[in-house]
Design a protein around this ligand. Structure first.
Ligand code: AMP
Length: 209
């Protein structure tokens, strides 16, 4: 099973991808997580990506395509995978297609911009392991402490309201055209994402059945 989760930043792609990935027993490949790990490790990819990410811009296609192609060759991807946050441009989708990858479903999580801005202001991530929480929707057991590893929970630089609006504009301009790209191929399934996490998961499972 090869899936893509499409949607604006903060639509819940990461959360839904991780739930579905556990249910299906396939890994989630999150380009955002990979890039943040590269920045933390100070690799050449991380150095290239940092300024773009901090500014809320997309990292150049060739950088992202390179790390994803390398990741998909690893053995845990043999039975399938979920792409979270990739592709984000038509060029990235074309690169995947050129690589001979055919997706079973592309799930587009539909959430309005105003809801996203409100949601992102409550988002917290673990500085140590990258796990995501939300002060209202998915609070950690202890305030500002990661349930998974005990690390400190922080607000991501690119979750600041001004940066979020910029990222939403980029989403509409560069990423949203992917809906037509995958609709033409008969793969697109829209899921209403402005509901509880459980309800969204149920709706995702329905389009996967
Ligand atoms: P995310 O965690 O998916 O919201 O990604 C955070 C940031 O990483 C984005 O705002 C981009 O700067 C960068 N990024 C992640 N995935 C991609 C991608 N597929 N193409 C370009 N930039 C990306």
């Amino acid at each position: 099973m090869k899936l893509i989760f499409l949607g604006p930043p903060g639509a819940g792609k990461g959360t839904q991808a991780s739930i579905i990935s556990k249910k299906l027993g396939i890994p989630t490949i999150s380009t955002g997580d990979m890039l943040r790990a590269a920045i933390k490790a100070g690799t050449p990819t991380g150095v290239k990506a940092k300024a773009f990410m901090d500014a809320g811009k997309l990292v150049p296609d060739e950088v992202v395509i390179g790390i994803v192609e390398e990741r998909l060759e690893q053995s845990d991807c043999a039975r399938g995978y979920i792409l979270d946050g990739m592709p984000r441009t038509i060029a990235q989708a074309e690169a995947l297609e050129k690589g001979g990858i055919e997706f079973d479903r592309v799930i587009s999580l539909e959430v309005k911009d105003e809801v996203i801005v409100k949601r992102m202001s409550g988002r917290r991530v673990c500085a140590k392991c990258g796990a995501t929480f939300h002060v209202e929707n998915m609070p950690p057991k202890a305030q500002d402490v990661c349930d998974a590893c005990g690390g400190e929970l922080i607000i991501r630089a690119d979750d600041a309201p001004e940066t979020v609006r910029k990222r939403l504009n980029i989403y509409h301009e560069e990423t949203e055209p992917l809906k037509a790209f995958y609709a033409e191929r008969g793969k697109l399934r829209g899921v209403f994402g402005d509901q509880t996490m459980e309800e969204t998961t149920k709706a995702v499972e329905e389009v996967l059945a």
